[in-house]
Ligand binder design. Sequence first.
Ligand code: GRF
Length: 203
Amino acid sequence: MNKKRVAVLISGRGSNLKALIGACAAPDFPAEIALVFSNVESAEGLTVARDAGVPVVAFSHKSFASREAFDAAVDAELEKAGIELICLAGFMRIQSDSFVRKWEGRMINIHPSLLPAFKGIRVQQQALDAGVKISGCTVHFVVPELDSGPIIAQAAVPVLADDTAETLAARILVEEHRIYPAALRMLAERRIALRDGRAVLLT
Ligand code: GRF
């Protein structure tokens, strides 16, 4: 099987990365994690990658003069590794328009809310503050506007009366680990594509 070469971009813990690596271990999975990149050299997720034998590259955005220069350096690493698809998994950097445009249709993100509700950060607290009774997670194509790309997959969880941001986050995370690999499979199998600003199911 000709597996798609995927890069996962992280900044932290790496639990979604772990779920993706786990899914890719199945012989019939149509993608392989060929590179993990982090802009945080101490990110826990780098250990997850190294333990799984996945090549890692890490350098901080702080040593670059501009967002564009950092993104160009990341892009050079992706090209060097022959990357075809990108999964953002807790990557805490806004990317330049030129980088996003270049990878449009080939870069996806996981977000812990039911978009378009609750964009940005601390979204579980936003959900609690809003008093919603259902929240969840979303996998979407990445477009220049933050957390606004066409939706590929979503899963819902209940918000319970005694939830804290942490307990809600933990319940959502279980679903993240389920739908992110499923969405990557769809993309790698070309069963979904970005067409005219929408995520379209292909037959
Ligand atoms: C996840 O909640 C993801 O939805 C959000 O950042 C968090 C990353 O967690 N974008 P992890 O690093 O995958 O454990």
